[in-house]
Structures are given as structure tokens and as C-alpha cells.
Design a protein around this ligand. Structure first.
Ligand SMILES: [Zn+2]
Length: 193
């Protein structure tokens, strides 16, 4: 299972100073055991944003009570997506709120060579998730008058900030900004991930 590591710096700063075991959780998010988890290695995952395209190290911990592993994912990325939240947010806002063309939306996200399919996939996933997001984010901001869920969810995300919204959705509700892949629905827990 993945839990969030609140981190406000850049990806480079994370890689240089924070990709270690110094933020060991003191309880287990899976079984609730109130004992510090044991450091259990790392895994590598790729991340891309406007200024970085490479791999980051994610710390993994083992709960000695339930023998399951928990990894501490920095909050600038979404589980199972290579691109940082900032890039996805800029693209979706430009395309769906500001009504820019796919190409211009990709440029707004700092990736003028974005393949058509990738942008379409983000749009598709976000649109399917918009009603869930609109309902959940009411806890953080007043819902605006909007003609549809997509506009409403995007306006709320822009007001709150994409990363703070993700922190709330993921930490409290186990909601994924773009929806969990089917094998992890509905709460991203899967089998011991
Ligand atoms: Zn446990």
C-alpha cells in the first residue's frame, strides 16, 4: 500500500535529501498497529515534469504485525502515473477549463511533444472521476456554480491547489485524482501494495 510523504520542494531536492528512511511511519496504515514500521528497502519509479525526467527512490517499510509493506510516495506524484501532478493539472486546466487545443494545452503543461493519446487518456480519466472529486472537495472549498462536474471539479482544484487537494483526497479518502486502475479500485489498497 502507498501512503503520502508530504513534501513541498522540487523533485531534485527530494532525490538529493529526502529519498531515505528518515520518515519512518510510527503506525501501520493497513492493520493499525501502533508500532514503528521497519525500513524495508526502496523501489525506483519514473517521474517527469517540466524540469525533470528520470527516476526517484521511494522508501518502503514493513509492518511487523501484519507483515505487509507500505511505501512512502512523495505527494508531487500520483500512484501509477509517470507525470507529476503539476503537469497533469496544467494540461487539464488548459484543455478543459480554458478550452485550449490539445497542442496548446500540452504546451501550457511544458510538454509540446506530448503524444495525443496521453493527453486524451488523462482527459478521459479525469472526466470519469469529476463527479467524485466535486463531491469530495466540498470539504475544502465551496462548490462553484458550474455547468457540469468537469468544470466544477477543475475550478475547485484550482482554488485549493492540485497537490493540497490530492493530499486530502488520497490521505483521508483514498481517492485518486484520475481514478484508480480497475485492479486497485475502489481505494487503491490492492493486495499488500
Ligand atoms: Zn500492519
Amino acid at each position: 500500500m502507498q501512503i503520502l510523504y508530504p513534501f513541498a520542494g522540487s523533485i531534485q531536492q527530494y532525490n538529493e535529501h529526502h529519498a531515505d528512511h528518515s520518515h519512518r511511519p510510527c503506525s501501520c496504515a493497513m492493520c493499525g498497529a501502533q508500532k514503528p514500521l521497519r525500513a524495508h528497502g526502496f523501489y525506483w519509479r519514473t517521474v517527469a515534469d517540466a524540469g525533470f525526467d528520470g527516476a526517484i527512490r521511494v522508501a518502503r517499510y514493513l509492518c511487523l504485525a501484519c507483515r505487509r509493506t507500505i511505501s512512502l510516495l512523495p505527494e508531487f506524484v500520483l500512484p501509477y502515473l509517470r507525470f507529476a501532478i503539476a503537469v497533469i493539472g496544467l494540461f487539464l486546466k488548459a484543455r478543459l477549463l480554458d478550452r485550449k487545443t490539445l497542442k496548446k494545452a500540452a504546451m501550457a503543461a511544458g510538454d509540446s511533444h506530448m503524444p495525443y493519446q496521453r493527453g486524451q487518456q488523462w482527459i478521459c480519466r479525469f472526466c470519469s472521476q469529476a463527479a467524485v472529486l466535486s463531491a469530495a472537495l466540498v470539504a475544502l472549498t465551496r462548490p462553484p456554480a458550474a455547468p457540469d462536474f468537469v468544470t466544477r471539479a477543475l475550478t475547485m482544484l484550482e482554488t485549493i491547489g492540485w497537490v493540497p487537494a490530492h493530499r486530502f483526497l488520497f490521505d483521508r479518502l483514498r481517492v485518486h485524482l484520475l481514478g484508480w486502475p480497475a485492479f486497485l479500485a475502489p481505494d487503491g489498497r490492492g493486495r499488500g501494495l
